[in-house]
Design a protein around this ligand. Structure first.
Ligand code: CAA
Length: 295
């Protein structure tokens, strides 16, 4: 992964001029091992118990446009947090102006159909949706095109009151290519999704809230704090139960009701083999706080 990233850096992708190459190695704050350095995101642990993985998209000059390097770094950070046993949930955010203004149009401008097909363009973006730990998108500002799709790959979306969600690809002569035509109708219903995808018109945070795309709206400056609070709460619960619950919701979301119900029943039964289920119920009966051990 690191070599792929350096390869892209070396090729000057993301519209950076060659003269800036040396600056690229003045990396911003790094997370984890010394070998894990990022340029277009920051990744660190947050929360009183340092059990929240916090990723900030950090490409301000391009409004966090999701170029190849940024997405590769995001994957690396997710890999790290997924491996970290202390981390129970992850927050992804951007800046106050932009969560992300979409896939990088400058990178895509001269792509051909053949290159897209042969390279399976954007296929690696699904890493976010495949994360086994809960991921919360904290969206301030623009979440457009791939930015909206990235938010929808997360499990929970919180929005700042000035956030704007949209799928403007139609205005570029193309269509959403990272899940927008599939996840948006499931989130907001067919009519609003069609309107957004066919006109390119964005919706406000309040409209996103009313339509079910986001679960809560906060004043912009409180958004990240609230997202971290929720992530801390999730991180303090049984990691086994959380993982199974996330999997059950996603399985049902992507299959028929009867298949989803069947899967739910099976994983519900499976929690009766865990110490955490026994502890959670015993603690309730004994009127005390549960002490989960993730077993
Ligand atoms: N790709 C590459 N660069 C982008 C970008 C994008 N998606 N969005 C913004 N930028 C760059 C601009 O080119 C500009 O760079 P320069 O200063 O070098 O010119 C910089 O970010 C600031 O942008 P603006 O000057 O346009 O800022 P603004 O405040 O006037 O407008 C905006 C903000 C309305 C978000 C506007 O930038 C915009 O419309 N961006 C494109 C949004 C879009 O079409 N997204 C969909 C992309 S396609 C996609 O995502 C496909 C998919 O499904 C995966």
């Amino acid at each position: 992964m690191a070599s792929r990233r350096l390869f892209h850096v070396a090729r000057g992708l993301c519209g950076l001029r060659a003269a800036h190459t040396t600056q690229r190695f003045n990396f911003t704050r790094a997370y984890c091992s010394a070998s894990r350095n990022f340029e277009m995101i920051t990744a660190e642990k947050k929360g009183e118990k340092q059990n929240v993985g916090f990723i900030k998209l950090n490409r301000p000059k391009a409004l966090n446009a999701l170029c190849d390097q940024l997405m590769a770094e995001l994957q690396d950070a997710l890999d790290d947090f997924e491996k970290d046993k202390n981390v129970g949930a992850i927050v992804i955010t951007g800046s106050e102006k932009a969560f992300a203004a979409g896939a990088d149009i400058k990178e895509m401008q001269n792509l051909t159909y053949q290159k897209c097909l042969q390279g399976d363009f954007l296929a690696h973006w699904t890493r976010v949706a495949r994360c086994r730990k809960p991921v919360i998108a904290a969206v301030n500002g623009f979440a457009l095109g791939g930015g909206c799709e990235l938010a929808m790959m997360c499990d929970i979306i919180y929005a700042g009151n000035k956030a704007k969600f949209g799928q403007p690809e139609i205005l570029l002569g193309t269509l959403p290519g990272a899940g927008g035509t599939q996840r948006l109708p499931r989130a907001v219903g067919k009519s609003l999704a069609m309107e957004m995808i066919l006109t390119g018109n964005p919706i406000t945070a309040d409209e996103a809230h009313k339509s079910g795309l986001v679960s809560k709206v906060f004043p912009a400056e409180e958004l990240v704090i609230e997202a971290i609070k929720t992530a801390e709460k999730i991180s303090g619960l049984s990691k086994i139960a959380v993982q199974l619950a996330k999997e059950a919701v996603n399985t049902g979301y992507e299959s028929s009701l009867s298949e989803g119900l069947h899967f739910e029943k099976r994983v519900f039964h499976s929690t009766f083999s865990t110490d955490d289920r026994k502890e959670g119920m015993t603690a309730f009966v004994e009127k005390r706080k549960a002490e989960f051990t993730d077993n």
